[in-house]
Design a protein. Structure first.
Length: 128
């Protein structure tokens, strides 16, 4: 009985620690993406003027609402597919987590690159 209790406690503790670290890392990546998106949005013709007219706090709030809704959609779909398809949950969840967080990180680099390209071309045209 004691062995089962210890094994079960360690397993659940590791799962909780893994879940906490995943949430923390996703939060850090979302903040990184938000930082670059707000700079990208100021000069992008693809971002609606209504969004650009919002205050910085409202822009951050809108960005995080989109990230949270996307995360809820991705995780709900993943859990449903794992349950219906009788797939190995840890493997599938790990793969989807890596793709979601990696995709968000890649999106941040896209915003960063496009923000820097536009900023650097403006700076180089001023110097000539």
């Amino acid at each position: 009985m004691m062995e089962w209790l210890v094994r079960h406690g360690v397993e659940k503790g590791c799962t909780c620690a893994l879940l906490f670290s995943m949430c923390f890392l996703t939060s850090v990546v979302a903040q990184y993406c938000e930082f670059h998106f707000l700079r990208f949005a100021k000069q992008s013709p693809y971002v609606p003027e209504a969004f650009k007219a919002l205050t910085a706090d409202d822009q951050r709030s809108a960005f995080y609402q989109v990230v949270v809704l996307a995360a809820i959609g991705v995780w709900s779909t993943t859990v449903f597919v794992v349950h219906v398809g009788d797939l190995p949950s840890r493997s599938v969840l790990g793969i989807v987590y890596s793709c979601f967080t990696g995709g968000l990180f890649g999106l941040a680099h896209y915003f960063k690159q496009n923000g820097l390209v536009e900023g650097s071309t403006a700076a180089s045209s001023r110097s000539t």
